[in-house]
Design a protein around this ligand. Sequence first.
Ligand code: 13P
Length: 256
Amino acid sequence: MTNGKMKKKIIIGNWKLNGSLNMIENFFKNLRIEMFQSSALDFVIAPPFPYLMNVGRMIRRYHNVFLGAQNVDLHLIGAYTGEISSLILKDVGVKYTIVGHSERRMYHLEKDAEIAKKFLLLQKEGIIPILCVGESLSEKRSGNTESILMKQIRPIIEMIRNTDFLKIMIAYEPVWSIGTGNSEDPSSVQKTAEFIKGYILDNLDIRREFLFIHYGGSVNSKNFQEFIEKPDIDGLLIGKCSIEYRSISEIFSKIK
Ligand code: 13P
């Protein structure tokens, strides 16, 4: 499954505040290694912090499966009780990290400028940040989706403009679609992904192949294909279904 430019698409499992040692053992016991060997998709698992090492050990046997984290602190080292730095994430083998998830914006009051700093810190360590953006239901209803997305993406563009950045990964997750069973229409996501790419290409010196737009919000093993087949949807960020080995197996067995 690649688009015209042969980009490899990616499935990112955001486990959020779910999981246990038992669940991890069971998950990998049931995830067939061969399924990933020839897969045209990469798979990233972002477990809660304490399980990074466990999941990291488990995925060593798998091809095309990588370790992700759900957040990072702004500081690198020192007296910041309860926080995790990009240095620590790199040390334990994390390759991707989600920043600015709407749940962090909502429950931890994270703001765009702070999220942009996290994005830059991660890039400096060679970890690929995945910036989450998305509009609320009222913003969608009032026709403000594009202006909200630009507001959320602009600080990143300003922050990395003069840096040696690797690539830009953005997860478009409409807030109203997360965990509700109401996913956005795939054609509408395709249009939004095109819009985001156009906005970044107009404002940053970057080649299209280094730009990745993902969709997240009530994606499951039944509806994922409609999204992943769109030319400008480069991957999916999956919450609930990503902790179910059956759903993940179904997704990877449908895509060869
Ligand atoms: P759900 O797949 O559970 O809707 O969650 C989406 C999400 O927030 C992934 O980051």
